[in-house]
Design a protein around this ligand. Structure first.
Ligand code: ATP
Ligand code: MG
Length: 201
């Protein structure tokens, strides 16, 4: 049975789907077999990306209640689960099945406050987790301030992901930044984030 990486946060727009898609591509490039489970069935952001990509084996729609079954049947090395922005029993159930929980947080006060609830879910599930600062603005002091506050809740990933137009462009083309602009800064951030996560999986 493969590993399960849950990407979750209670705050809409924190970057769960964006990072999930990028981590799928990064995992595959590193030689792991991987599938992305889009558990945000109402929005289906990852599924929409797959449609742009023109593939059918990257992302599958999975209801929270189906995840345990999908895990049992699957033979891939890594299942990445992109959750909806909710602190409900579905997310708690998925957290209990995860080997690692990644919590993207924008470096802004409401987002940092909401991170506490996601961390509480990870702690209740007794699963290893880390927050990751996403969509940070270069040279803005808020990034370091966010890191300080988040580090009080638990581990913070050692790489910040910046707000970069390359991310939106890549997704719009059905790609990841590592495919769209492999030598760019966004790709470097994703590669570093993946290297960090890989050590935990
Ligand atoms: N680092 C980034 N740089 C540029 N744009 C970003 C970045 N992170 C996220 N975005 C953009 O912000 C928007 C929200 O991101 P995304 O859909 O990944 O968030 P989400 O957490 O999945 O949201 P939801 O809770 O609604 O599912 C998207 O348009 C995405 O492209
Ligand atoms: Mg999403």
């Amino acid at each position: 049975m493969g590993q399960i990486l849950l990407v979750t946060s209670m705050k809409g727009g924190s970057g769960k789907s964006l990072l999930s898609v990028h981590l799928l591509v990064a995992a595959r490039s590193s030689g792991m077999t991987s599938v992305l489970c889009d558990a945000d069935v109402q929005q289906g952001t990852a599924l929409a990306w797959q449609k742009m990509r023109g593939t059918s084996d990257d992302v599958r729609r999975v209801h929270a209640g189906e995840l345990a079954g999908v895990i049992k049947q699957n033979t891939v090395d890594l299942l990445i689960v992109d959750s909806a922005p909710r602190a409900d029993t579905d997310v708690a159930r998925m957290a209990a099945l995860a080997n690692f929980i990644l919590i993207p947080v924008r470096p802004a006060l409401p987002d940092i406050a909401a991170a506490e609830r996601a961390v509480a879910i990870a702690k209740a599930a007794r699963r290893p987790f880390a927050t990751v600062i996403n969509a940070a603005y270069p040279r803005a002091p808020e990034t370091e301030e966010a890191r300080q506050v988040l580090s009080k809740l638990g581990e913070v990933a050692p790489v910040d992901v910046y707000n970069r137009v390359a991310f939106a462009r890549a997704l719009g083309a059905g790609e990841a930044v590592t495919e769209f602009e492999p030598t760019g800064k966004a790709a470097q951030e994703i590669n570093e984030l993946w290297s960090y996560l890989r050590k935990h999986l």
